[in-house]
Design a binder for this molecule. Structure first.
Ligand SMILES: CC(C)(COP(=O)(O)OP(=O)(O)OC[C@H]1O[C@@H](n2cnc3c(N)ncnc32)[C@H](O)[C@@H]1OP(=O)(O)O)[C@@H](O)C(=O)NCCC(=O)NCCS
Length: 192
């Protein structure tokens, strides 16, 4: 697996989102600047579209990791499992708010998503982005995705390795760290 550069924002923690985080997730997506919103959704979308989109998130087939700066959700990575497809496939998408872009958060979230997909037996992970989205294309390639470009869009396909005790431990450790940071206000404020 590709090495990940450390997050340069000291108080950022990454953890899985739960139904109680739905408002934070909506607010995060609504805060994306127009370019980032366009890149995230593959075109211009309205606030109400985002509202409806978030209402379908956090379902049983969707797993979302969020990066928090203090209590504020500043970035997210989504894994939507396509039930009914065999072998199992999933789609993934990422959003990092502009002031936090290019600090390694997208990489961290993609790493978490790949491990989660691996631990759920997903055979193929698919991601779509606009073909000029160099950052996303770079990250996909860094994690060994195969890219296909047509009509201004790039589709990245990634085959996660089979899960093993280390990948299960990695996911568990990541969650434990996120939960501890949530419970421990000293860590959350970057004081330890
Ligand atoms: C695309 C996105 C998720 C990436 O997250 P990020 O936190 O900004 O990215 P990171 O800092 O983790 O990594 C960026 C990588 O791209 C590289 N990069 C930056 N600009 C680049 C460019 N113009 N060309 C090629 N590579 C570039 C960086 O060097 C870094 O690579 P490295 O880790 O090997 O050093 C984020 O910018 C974003 O949310 N953009 C708007 C929404 C979006 O495009 N979503 C993707 C479609 S679903």
């Amino acid at each position: 697996m590709a090495s990940v550069k450390p997050i340069s924002t000291p108080d950022v923690t990454i953890r899985r989102l739960w139904p109680t985080d739905i408002t934070s997730y909506r607010e995060h997506l609504l805060r994306l600047d127009p370019d980032s919103r366009h890149s995230r959704f593959g075109g211009g979308v309205s606030d109400s579209y985002i509202g409806d989109y978030v209402d379908t998130s956090l379902r049983l087939d969707t797993l979302i990791y969020g990066a928090f700066s203090g209590p504020k959700l500043i970035a997210a990575g989504e894994l939507r499992i396509l039930f009914g497809a065999w072998p199992l496939r999933a789609e993934t998408a990422f959003s990092v708010e502009r002031p936090y872009q290019d600090h390694g958060l997208g990489d961290q979230l993609l790493t978490r998503i790949i491990t989660a997909a691996r631990n759920r037996g997903i055979a193929k992970l698919e991601m779509q982005c606009l073909s000029h989205n160099q950052r996303m294309r770079h990250l996909a390639q860094k994690h060994h995705a195969e890219l296909t470009t047509a009509d201004g869009e790039t589709e990245a396909q990634l085959v996660p390795l089979t899960f093993n005790p280390i990948s299960l431990f990695e996911e568990w450790m990541g969650e434990a760290d996120g939960t501890l940071s949530r419970l421990n206000p000293w860590k959350r404020s970057g004081l330890n």
